[in-house]
Design a protein around this ligand. Structure first.
Ligand SMILES: [Zn+2]
Length: 202
């Protein structure tokens, strides 16, 4: 910063730089120099993730396909008189058992529950020692399965993250629509920088 000030003084004295024109030098430029002077490190980090996409669910392996079909069936049991958006989730456990859940809406909207949390609540309640290894999610608008895959809401992402934390393992997420199905390695990809038990030192 001192060095830059010296240069500006030199040129200002010789009329090369007008004092007024200095006002046009943007503040971020000086902020950058200030940060350099104090040895402050400023970095831009990128977070990315990869997933596998299938145009046709028939191309999924048989285990994942079975789970998607279970999620689709579960969606048909959804109680969604308000949104007409039915969601089904199917959780595969280590033992091979499949636990289903559907969204259950309520006239008092916040009292409703999503399919993903519905399935996981049932899984933990009835099979607490049987770890989930995968979850498929499918959705319907009216009587038709949606073209695009559904995406878990923020609440559900947080709950799936807690379950991964509880079982100390990843849960594969399969989001299935008519036009494409996305297979994601674990909830960390959908909820980076998540708040979990580590933040509580547990
Ligand atoms: Zn949700």
């Amino acid at each position: 910063m001192f060095f830059v000030t010296k240069i500006l003084k030199y040129y200002t004295k010789r009329g090369i730089v007008q004092t007024r024109s200095l006002l046009l030098i943007p503040v971020p430029f000086f902020s950058y120099l200030y940060a350099l002077n104090l040895n402050i490190m400023i970095k831009t980090e990128n977070i990315s993730f990869s997933y596998t996409e299938y145009d046709k669910i028939e191309d999924l392996n048989s285990v994942d396909l079975e789970l998607v079909m279970a999620a689709r069936e579960a969606a048909m049991n959804a109680y969604a008189p308000y949104s007409k958006f039915k969601v089904g989730a199917a959780v595969k456990l280590t033992s091979g058992a499949v636990i289903r859940g559907a969204n259950v809406e309520n006239a008092a909207f916040p009292s409703g529950i999503c399919a993903e949390r519905s399935a996981l609540s049932s899984s933990v309640s009835n099979h607490s020692n049987d770890k989930p290894i995968a979850m498929a999610i499918a959705s319907m608008r009216g009587d038709e399965y949606t073209d695009d895959p559904p995406s878990p809401c923020g609440n559900c992402r947080q709950v799936i993250a807690e379950e991964e934390s509880r079982i100390n393992g990843k849960i594969k997420i399969i989001l299935s629509g008519k036009n494409k199905t996305m297979v994601i390695d674990g909830i960390g990809d959908l909820l980076p920088l998540q708040f979990n038990r580590k933040n509580l030192n547990i």
